[in-house]
Design a protein around this ligand. Structure first.
Ligand SMILES: NC(=O)c1ccc[n+]([C@@H]2O[C@H](COP(=O)([O-])OP(=O)(O)OC[C@H]3O[C@@H](n4cnc5c(N)ncnc54)[C@H](OP(=O)(O)O)[C@@H]3O)[C@@H](O)[C@H]2O)c1
Length: 231
């Protein structure tokens, strides 16, 4: 269990979208400091927000991150990307780009911060997956989020020894740049962030942030044909 009040948090991709919502909710809940990363970071008016440059797909950038966040107690692996290409049409470059950010990037950041979390008492690690970890139809992106689900579940076991809580978060359409072009109902990123931080404080391991995530998770024991977008 990790208290948000007085915590020192790190949010990857924390300068826009869902990541920015996490930064705002962390501050509202009393975090002492929040490292908010972006590939091209901008400054903040709030002295509690520390901008940090980070490309999770770049090993040198991840190594440099570890040098800057020695007091972190709560890490939110939020950075993510997508391509619209189908699996049959995706190029190797497109597959690499999505997996480098959504899967290997999470592993790389976790490897970099795990010793720091251990030194600081264990803390918590939150991985932002998706309902598309389970629901077919989003192709390359869904495949990466399915992998991330497995990554979170294994990291939970591996990090238990050092007392680090690992939380996997699954959500449907959320109102950010990623879904700007989609004319569909979307949930509020600040609500997702609030619910996730509450789960961290309760010592929980998984967040099903909206109705679609709850319905799809419950359907996992049924026929796979039912696990498709629009079914
Ligand atoms: N929006 C949705 O409907 C939805 C649903 C389920 C899950 N999610 C997940 O929620 C997370 C946040 O998504 P969002 O909706 O806020 O997306 P977004 O508006 O497209 O923002 C993407 C974020 O990821 C960061 N990012 C992308 N590639 C990166 C890289 N290589 N290194 C470091 N940072 C990188 C971006 O940082 P820069 O500022 O540097 O570009 C940005 O902060 C993602 O993991 C996404 O898959 C979103």
């Amino acid at each position: 269990m990790t208290s948000i009040k007085d915590s020192v948090a790190l949010v990857t991709g924390g300068q826009r979208g869902l990541g920015k919502a996490f930064v705002d909710e962390l501050l509202a809940a009393g975090a002492a400091k929040v490292y908010a990363t972006a590939r091209r970071p901008v400054g903040s008016d709030d002295p509690r927000v520390v901008p940090v440059a980070l490309d999770v797909a770049d090993a040198a950038s991840v190594a440099a991150l570890a040098e800057q966040v020695g007091d972190v107690t709560l890490v939110i692996n939020n950075a993510g990307t997508t391509v619209r290409t189908s699996l049959l049409d995706a190029t190797l470059d497109e597959l690499n780009e999505v997996f480098a950010t959504n899967v290997y990037g999470v592993v790389a950041v976790t490897q970099a911060v795990a010793p720091i979390l251990a030194r600081n008492g264990g803390g918590a690690l939150v991985n932002i997956a998706s309902v598309l970890s389970w629901l077919a139809g989003s192709s390359v992106y869904g495949a990466s989020k399915a992998a991330l689900w497995s990554v979170s579940n294994s990291l939970r076991l591996e990090l238990a020894a050092q007392g680090t809580q690992v939380v996997g978060v699954h959500l449907g359409y959320t109102d950010t740049d990623m879904t700007r072009a989609l004319d569909v109902p979307k949930n509020d990123p600040r609500q997702v962030a609030r619910d996730t931080l509450r789960a961290v404080e309760r010592g929980e391991t998984e967040v099903l942030a909206d109705e679609v995530s709850r319905v799809v998770k419950a359907a996992l024991s049924g026929p796979v044909e039912n696990l498709a977008l629009g079914s």
